[in-house]
Design a protein around this ligand. Structure first.
Ligand SMILES: NC(=O)c1ccc[n+]([C@@H]2O[C@H](COP(=O)([O-])OP(=O)(O)OC[C@H]3O[C@@H](n4cnc5c(N)ncnc54)[C@H](O)[C@@H]3O)[C@@H](O)[C@H]2O)c1
Ligand SMILES: [Zn+2]
Length: 333
């Protein structure tokens, strides 16, 4: 299958390209980063790139938490306008198969249970609580402590920042496109992806990149909050394999199907910092108590649907993945 991989020169996209080639497919890279750059917002360029293409794997996006609200328009432009232009061109060209790089950020805070109130959805954490080091969101009804659980795909969406909002809108656009064209759309809601080729730290990078970049400078990883926030760190080769599985699958036509894409082995951010620092040979992480507005406390997925329906499973374990990442190269620009 000839697959247009938007963002194919990026961290995840370049691994998708490799995995597609290994599976006998023909990936075509479409990325603003290449020379000459190809922008998903450019209708003519997208139209040309879609010639002879059977499917699109849409990884191109502006990622990360960004810098407050200053770059909101740029996120919306790249992620949502870009997706709309791409889908329009696909509709015109008769390309009916889409796999989208979704994100767990669409869920906001993960899934929690209160002993008295069952499953609850805590709102954004109050600045006063964060300042006081109260990082766990309390039960919105009674204020009691909550137990975090695994999020399934039917959990309500609750994007907490600009980036999350644009990732959710991408899914809605893809669903609208699928309904209008009878196409098939899959959103792989990635959790925290890490591995070789991850970009160095910028305001747009992920936490594994911050820690790995600090270690490379000889500095201790600085762990925010109390380090006990839980995430699912999933290896980039496993994410690439999930994309191949989704492209080769036959999902429902005329709709978008979402799949959580995580390792199924959640860890705290503090544990990740320790594993990486140990593999790198120090220095030991420090827990700073700092926080970022818009961050959620715990977010861990149940990726059972992806395993049962697409026959995918994570192959790279946490310890081995972190050891490899400690030694792997990172992208500089
Ligand atoms: N890294 C993660 O942990 C993570 C988690 C959830 C979702 N995602 C999603 O995965 C996808 C890939 O992210 P990544 O981590 O590889 O980031 P990345 O920045 O390495 O890759 C994104 C690529 O998209 C390209 N791009 C950006 N705007 C473009 C445009 N207008 N036209 C064409 N190309 C454009 C960039 O040049 C870059 O190469 C994104 O959609 C992101 O939202 C990533
Ligand atoms: Zn309660």
């Amino acid at each position: 299958m000839r697959v247009l991989v938007t963002g194919g020169a990026g961290f995840i996209g370049s691994h998708v390209v490799e995995a597609l080639t290994a599976h006998g497919h023909e990936p075509v890279v479409y990325d603003i980063r290449t020379d000459p750059g190809s922008d998903v917002r450019d209708p003519e360029a997208v139209r040309r790139a879609l010639t002879g293409v059977d499917a699109v794997c849409h990884q191109a996006a502006m990622v990360g938490l960004g810098t407050g609200f200053t770059d909101a328009a740029e996120y919306v432009s790249r992620n949502d306008l870009g997706t709309a232009v791409l889908l329009t061109a696909m509709a015109d060209a008769g390309v009916r198969r889409l796999v989208l790089a979704g994100s767990m950020v669409v869920y906001g805070e993960g899934r929690y249970e209160c002993e008295r109130h069952g499953v609850v959805r805590p709102g954004p954490r109050a600045v006063a609580d964060l300042e006081a080091g109260r990082f766990e969101p309390p039960c919105p009804v009674c204020g009691a402590d909550l137990a975090p659980g695994l999020v399934t795909e039917d959990a309500p969406a609750d994007p907490r920042n600009v980036y999350a909002t644009t990732k959710l809108a991408q899914e809605h656009l893809a669903a609208a496109w699928a309904r209008a064209t009878g196409g098939t759309a899959v959103s792989l809601r990635y959790h925290n992806v890490y591995g070789p080729g991850m970009p160095r730290d910028t305001p747009y990078a992920g936490v594994a990149s911050f820690f790995r970049s600090a270690l490379a400078r000889g500095e201790a990883p600085r762990v925010f909050e109390d380090g006990r926030q839980r995430r699912d760190f999933v290896h980039v080769r496993d994410v690439a394999a999930a994309n191949v599985a989704a492209l080769e699958a036959s999902p429902a036509a005329g709709a978008l199907t979402a799949y959580n894409t995580g390792s199924g082995d959640p860890h705290t951010v503090g544990e990740m910092a320790h594993a990486l620092a140990a593999a790198y040979g120090g220095p030991e992480p420090v827990v700073t108590g700092q926080y970022r507005l818009g961050d959620v406390r715990h977010i861990t997925a149940d990726s059972a649907r992806l395993r049962t329906e697409l026959g995918w499973k994570a192959e790279v374990g946490f310890e081995a993945g972190m050891r490899e990442f400690a030694e792997a190269g990172m992208r500089t620009a």
